[in-house]
Design a protein around this ligand. Structure first.
Ligand code: PAF
Length: 279
C-alpha cells in the first residue's frame, strides 16, 4: 500500500497504478478504522480495480469543538489494518492545509430540504462540511465509484445529491450497516465507550428491531411512546431523536412503506446513531 500525504504524492501514485481501463474505487474515512470500514473496502474491491482510502478528520463537519478534539486518532493501527487486512492500494492522509489551503471553511449547499432533517436539526452546518470535503476529495481522487455506509444514511443521501448538483460522474454506492455480534452498529466513536456504556449501547439496535416489528401492527403514536419508554429505562443512553422518515425526502412520515426508523442517542458525551429499514 502506498501512503500519501499530499495531492502531488497521491497523483503520482495514481498515475503509476492506473493503466488502461482500470477504474478507481474510493472509500473516504475519518480513521479509527473498524470492520465496518473494511466491509466498504471489500465492496470496493468487488466493483473496482484500484482502491484508494482516505483518512482525514474533517474539522468543518464538527459543530461541537469538544467532539472534534476527542475524535479518536489511531493512525498507526489504521495503517496496519489497511496493509494486512484490507490490502487497499493507496492511502491518502492529508492535513487540513493540504485540503483547505488557507481557508478552513465550508461551502453552503441547498439539498432541497434533506439537509434540514434529523442530523441537520441537531448538528448545524454538519452537512455543508461533509459535502465540501467530499467534493474536494472527489476532485482530487477522481474516482469512478465511492462507497459510504448506510449507518450515516442521511450523509449517503446528501452525497448522492451533491454529486447530482455538481454534475460529477461518480457512482455512489451505499453499503449495509456492519454490526458487532450484539447488534451495536460499528462506529469509530465506539472505542470511547466505557464498560457500562458499551453494555447498554446495543439497546439502540434492539429498540430499532422492535420498532420494525411494531410497524406492521401499531400506530406511529404508540411506537413513539414505546421508544421514549425504552430510553427512559436505559441506564446510560439519552435519546436525542427518534424519527420514522421517508427514505427519499427524509421527512417524518406516517406511511411505513419506503421508510426507515432513525435514532440518535448519547452515552455520556458520545453520540451514537443507527437506523433500520422498515418496509
Ligand atoms: O463518514 C465519514 O467518515 C465522514 O463524514 C466522511 C464521509 C469521511 C467525510 O469527512
Amino acid at each position: 500500500m502506498r501512503i500519501t500525504h499530499t495531492i502531488t504524492e497521491l497523483n503520482n501514485a495514481i498515475n503509476q497504478l492506473r493503466t488502461g481501463n482500470l477504474n478507481i474505487g474510493f472509500v473516504p474515512t475519518m480513521g479509527a478504522l473498524h470492520q465496518g470500514h473494511l466491509s466498504l473496502i471489500d465492496e470496493a474491491k468487488e466493483k473496482t480495480d484500484i482502491i484508494i482510502t482516505s483518512i482525514f478528520v474533517n474539522p468543518t463537519q464538527f459543530d461541537n469543538k469538544e467532539d472534534l478534539v476527542k475524535y479518536p486518532n489511531t493512525i498507526e493501527s489504521d495503517i496496519k489494518l489497511l496493509e494486512k487486512q484490507a490490502k487497499c492500494d493507496i492511502l491518502f492522509c492529508p492535513n487540513a492545509n493540504e485540503m483547505y489551503q488557507d481557508s478552513i471553511s465550508s461551502d453552503h449547499y441547498d439539498f432541497g430540504g434533506i439537509e434540514n432533517q434529523m442530523e441537520g436539526k441537531f448538528r448545524k452546518g454538519h452537512f455543508d462540511g461533509v459535502a465540501t470535503i467530499v467534493k474536494k476529495f472527489f476532485e482530487i481522487v477522481n474516482p469512478d465509484f465511492a462507497f459510504f455506509g448506510e449507518k450515516d444514511f442521511q450523509q449517503l443521501e446528501i452525497v448522492k445529491k451533491m454529486v447530482e448538483i455538481e454534475k460529477l460522474n461518480i457512482q455512489i454506492i451505499g453499503c449495509p450497516i456492519f454490526r458487532e455480534k450484539d447488534g451495536l452498529a460499528m462506529s469509530s466513536r465506539n472505542i470511547r465507550l466505557n464498560e457500562s456504556q458499551r453494555n447498554d449501547a446495543p439497546t439502540i439496535y434492539k429498540i430499532l428491531k422492535q420498532v420494525k416489528t411494531k410497524s406492521n401492527l401499531e400506530s406511529i403514536e404508540n411506537i413513539n411512546k414505546f421508544v421514549l419508554e425504552k430510553f427512559s429505562q436505559s441506564k446510560e443512553l439519552e435519546l436525542e431523536y427518534f424519527e420514522i422518515s421517508n427514505e427519499k425526502t427524509l421527512e417524518k412520515t406516517n406511511d411505513f412503506s419506503n421508510s426507515r426508523a432513525f435514532i440518535a442517542a448519547f452515552a455520556g458525551d458520545i453520540r451514537l446513531i443507527d437506523n433500520i429499514k422498515l418496509q
